[in-house]
Design a binder for this molecule. Sequence first.
Ligand code: SAM
Length: 331
Amino acid sequence: MDLFTLKDLERAGEILEIQWQYRASRALMVAHQLRIFEALRQSRSAEEIASLCGTSPGWTEKLLTVCCALGLVMREGDRFELTELGRALTLPESLRNIRGLLDHGENLWWFWTGLAEVVRTGKRDSAPKPPEPYHSMGHFHWIWAMNGIAANGPAQWLASNVDLSSRSRLLDVGGGPGTYSIALCQKNPYLSAVIWDLPETLEIAAQVVKGFQMEHRIALQEGDWNKDEFGEGYDCLLMSNILHGRGSHSEMKLKKALRALTPNGLLIVHDFLLHDDRSGPLPAALFYLMVGAYTIGEMIEVIEEAGFDQVSLIAYNEVRGAGIVTAVKPS
Ligand SMILES: C[S@@+](CC[C@H](N)C(=O)[O-])C[C@H]1O[C@@H](n2cnc3c(N)ncnc32)[C@H](O)[C@@H]1O
């Protein structure tokens, strides 16, 4: 057997680790589906939890052991209870819960299960359909998933990297649950925002905005970018996770964004971005495979082509494979 270099050994270990991770991912989704986390609001034995959830005591204890290893649950003797982190991430009353993300994960699971068929046929819908109710609740879970993601780091990261201290009117196009608008308004006391999105999405945004008590600063406006203009008179405009590479009608969206902004208005784009040589990072490459993504250079080019000036990457998160590009509408 040839000897690996230390670097190769390290990378091989990481690959083996990644290969295993779907097990943890599945255990987490199943614990959520079986309502195990709700049963752990108070200290209980595996038998009590199994009786509440209608599950097998032996297998429930095994699943709880994984939840402990994930740091979501703590064990004291034969009793289990959610940790603080577990409460924040799994209970419905927490504003940063990832329940939508776990349900959305169930939907995506079937795409990844059918990936060989998708790659073979070139047809995305050749992957199996998720079981009900996941299939028909796909949009609902997707939008709540966006809140779960944004509320656990990315929204704060965006707000700390973009200077909106001299701006007053933000348009958040395809703003989803509104989590980014909320973080930007919290950071900038003179800013108000409009979340512009489809009606079914705005129903969720209304709940999130209310949850953060930001109704006085954030308005909701229905719109469909395939038909409608974005409005006008905004001095800043956010496009977060809506420019996913070729095929996402970026040119059309960016031209509408240009018209909605006042002269010197600031465009903020936040999205998965591949390195220019397409070597990664892994989250961006995986998103490119599932949906689509630009490289950093391509994103800058498409924004310049739409008529913006001063286009530049102002922050990049290597771990998430996401970046922030800002640009200015010419005066
Ligand atoms: C990936 S989510 C991004 C949500 C949010 N900006 C974020 O980063 O978390 C894409 C958003 O685009 C919205 N959307 C999809 N099609 C749309 C359309 N035709 N017009 C307006 N919004 C649309 C969806 O409802 C969803 O909120």
